[in-house]
Design a protein around this ligand. Structure first.
Ligand SMILES: [Mn+2]
Length: 284
């Protein structure tokens, strides 16, 4: 957001933004590697005062880290991500990781799974992402949540594309799947989601969970997703009732046609920070 250093040094900040521009296994639309930089660039266009939360969220401090090195093999990139996450865990700042393809969630979430014994994951996505392997590798965007789902509760919302090989995992084991077409009443959905999540939550947001009219530029779009205010209703309530340890926002692409995606993702991230800022206000 172009903040001066006393509002953006890591030890003083309430939030830290971490670009993770990894793109290797995308199967359709390309451009997620350029997503993080575009989102950060768009953040300079957002009003500092948040009109919904009525907070000057930026005053709590927002640090932006250099991008995680995503060159080299997937194993090398995963090691780089792991090192970054574990380093940031020393600070009080709540991380917002910006992808990159959804594969990065496997590496991002693992240190939190190991650290927090009562962790669960809110998985906002059009796709179930529960394949064990895809095109010969388990480290694929199509398998993004599979490793986590073997370890901690995963609550999926927005889902409207499931492969027959992964449907066995939906609503089985530790996975709760709220299919989009069956859960279109957000007021009924929210309490069910809150009930299924534990008290400590990692949020992973694949932007294709939104309707393509809200976030048009993404690798594998699906019709009929969350509208802007529906999604905000959900995120506001989850943030209000749960301890959030980290958020990732993945699969945003940059395209020449328009800047809607990067602007809206940037505003989404700032709004979620605003919801977290509100919790601080209530504690005072
Ligand atoms: Mn997806």
């Amino acid at each position: 957001m172009g903040l001066e250093s006393r509002y953006s040094s890591l030890p003083l900040s309430k939030f830290v933004v971490v670009p993770v521009p990894f793109e290797k296994t995308v199967c359709y639309g390309h451009g997620t590697a350029k997503g993080p930089a575009a989102v950060i660039e768009a953040s300079t266009q957002i009003e500092l005062w948040d009109e919904e939360t009525k907070t000057e969220t930026w005053e709590l401090g927002i640090n932006t880290q250099p991008a995680v090195n995503c060159k080299g093999s997937t194993n090398t990139v995963f090691k780089n991500i792991d090192k970054t996450v574990r380093n940031l865990m020393q600070y009080k700042a709540i991380p917002f990781y910006i992808g990159g393809e959804h594969t990065v969630t496997q590496a991002l979430a693992q240190p939190y799974i190991e650290k927090y014994k009562d962790l669960s994951i809110l998985h906002f996505d059009a796709h179930a992402d529960l394949r064990e392997t895809f095109e010969g590798t388990p480290k694929s965007h199509a398998c993004a949540l599979y490793p986590a789902s073997r370890q901690v509760p995963v609550v999926q919302v927005g889902i409207r594309s499931v492969a027959s090989e992964e449907k066995q995992y939906c609503n089985a084991g530790k996975v709760t799947t709220f299919l989009m077409h069956e859960n279109r009443d957000i007021k009924k959905l929210i309490p069910q989601v809150l009930k299924k999540l534990t008290d400590t939550v990692y949020i992973t947001i694949d932007v294709d969970g939104f309707d393509p009219s809200v976030i048009p530029a993404t690798g594998t779009p699906q019709p009929g997703g969350f509208m802007w205010y529906e999604a905000l209703d959900l995120f506001r309530e989850v943030i209000k009732h749960k301890k959030i340890v980290a958020v990732d926002v993945v699969e945003a692409c940059q395209r020449k046609a328009d800047v809607i995606t990067e602007f809206n993702v940037s505003k989404l991230i700032y709004r979620l920070m605003g919801y977290l800022a509100l919790k601080d206000q209530k504690k005072k």
